[in-house]
Design a protein around this ligand. Sequence first.
Ligand code: ZN
Length: 261
Amino acid sequence: MMVLTGDAALRSLLGDLQGLRFDREEKSSELEILLDYLELVAVAAGEKPAHLQGQGMRSRSFMRGIDGVAAAHGLLAMYTPPVPTHYHRPPHYDARFFEWERERERESLAREGQVLWVYRDRDLERAIRAAAQGETDVAEVLGYPACCVRENSELGIRLSEARVRGYQTQYGAKDAADFIRLAKEDARVKIPPSEMPRFRHVFDYVQFSPCRECAESSSSPAAEINWAMKRLATRLSPTFQRAIEKVAKAVATARKHKNRR
Ligand SMILES: [Zn+2]
């Protein structure tokens, strides 16, 4: 297998990614597209273990394009079903409802198409399979800080718990059968804003949400990854780095306007 070394090889990979033609409608976030390219180059550079493509969205043509470019540049690729939620602890409510929720998620993911993992080191395959089955979280394989991944998992679980409390207090639900019925009906519950998980937008060059501690420090694990990704982009192509900067700024401005409304 060809080993990718040197900036010339990385620039060639970046160029091929930027030359991909795909249906833009399917993945409309320009920032996400640019960060996908940056992550793939980081995998080739050995700065990131694996890149996950296609989780939560349906751009089949984009994924196929990436698969082709990655293979042409000596990278490895694996398709798996979409990654289910990883629970670092069970939620504090009826275990029967929790099991029903997990089964419903498994069924819903089974109907979606597959996701694509791109990586450089064959030894990573076992870890990718474990993450893809929800046995472990994605921190190790995607090279994300464990603290950030864990906080996001915790916020997701707390949101589920808040929903169940809403079923109890707003609908008088008593047991798992009531929870299941309300979930099937897609019953709306009022959740206090303080309990809604929020994505912290402080780092332009990463696709994960930093935990609170990481977001507040410029020397945190998440900040370090952000700077490393920015350095990589700058080193390979200042034009590419400026493009990310520009799109990230536009996204931040649009977000501010939206929040003000
Ligand atoms: Zn963190």
